[in-house]
Design a protein around this ligand. Structure first.
Ligand code: BV8
Ligand code: ZN
Length: 250
């Protein structure tokens, strides 16, 4: 595909590449995006469930929603898109992977130093005293657990709508975006802020923007290259062509 060759050419000259991923990268692993049409939760808006208000108005319902997602995640495996991104991490002088996803599938595909903007769904902590609630405790399959220290409600360690992102992760992500040569936006609708501001930070600082998405998004009109394909198809092809161009044969 023509566009690949142009992107490969740019990648051959790049020192610092940044990848930002969203829920679309995990779709092929069976982790539905927020807008899961047939999901048990389709009748609830994610804003309602993934928010402090939602949690406080019905802690058990939000807890059940996360347990439902964790059960799906327990059977999920990284897909070829995750593995291709892990490969990309080894091909440049500098590389940063920033994710909005909470499923830790990038780590399972052996990507390192993953910048998690929205926390993760594996760990939990106390809503009141913030103390971590060790995952080894087998989570009750029914009632939402209580903090052994203060009796507070236990919650998943994700960033909810209306909550600040972890400041160190956000600073690292902004720094990487401001200094990279090429910024990939992969599998994200580019709607959720402040993550969605990162490609603009990259563009303002002279980076080339590449989007990989089988649909068009709010970012598409700003990018230099839009690869209209799924990540699990586009990325392995991009990485194998790039490795050949670099003379790397496994
Ligand atoms: C905050 C964890 C402030 C929970 C999530 C401007 C500036 C700052 C904030 C705001 C702002 N405007 C509005 C806000 C508020 C809000 C926001 O952005 N709202 C949006 C909806 C407008 N932001 C916040 O609340 C953030 N906090 O700003 O705090 C503050 C300041 C001071 C003091 C206190 C607070 C917090 C945002 C984090 C929310 N938490 N997740 C959980 O997961 O349970 S976000 C959640 O949405 C997930 O992380 C998920 O990643 C994300 C959805 O976005 P995407 O990843 O893009 O997924 P989506 O389904 O939308 O799209 C998937 C894409 O994949 C599609 O384009 C599809 O075409 C594509 N695709 C499908 N299949 C494939 C594919 N692509 C490739 N291959 C495929 N096979
Ligand atoms: Zn507590």
């Amino acid at each position: 595909m023509e566009i690949y060759l142009e992107v490969i050419e740019k990648l051959l000259q790049a020192n610092y590449v940044v990848v930002l991923t969203g829920a679309g990268v995990s779709a092929e692993s069976g982790i539905s995006t927020f807008r899961d049409p047939n999901g048990l939760w389709a009748k609830f808006s994610p804003m309602e469930l993934a928010s402090i208000e939602g949690f406080l108005s019905n802690p058990q319902r939000v807890w059940d929603w996360y347990q439902y997602r964790r059960n799906i995640l327990n059977k999920a495996k990284p897909n070829s898109g995750h593995y291709a991104i892990a490969e990309m991490g080894k091909l440049f002088r500098q590389f940063s992977l920033i994710t909005q996803n909470v499923d830790r599938l990038h780590q399972a595909a052996r990507s390192s130093d993953v910048i998690e903007l929205h926390g993760n769904i594996i760990e939990n902590h106390c809503f009141s005293c913030k103390k971590p609630y060790p995952v080894e405790r087998n989570l009750p399959d029914k009632d939402i657990p209580r903090c052994p220290d203060c009796g507070g409600l236990i919650r998943p360690s994700v960033v909810w709508f209306g909550e600040m992102l972890p400041i160190d992760a956000l600073q690292k992500a902004e720094n990487a975006s401001a200094n990279c040569d090429i910024f990939f936006s992969i599998g994200t609708s580019a709607e959720v802020y402040p993550a969605a501001s990162l490609p603009y930070v990259a563009k303002q600082n002279g980076a080339i923007l590449v989007e990989v998405n089988p649909n068009y998004t709010q970012l598409t009109s700003f990018v230099d290259y839009h690869i209209h394909e799924t990540s699990e198809k586009a990325l392995p092809e991009l990485v194998s062509t790039l490795k050949k161009a670099k003379g790397i044969y496994d």
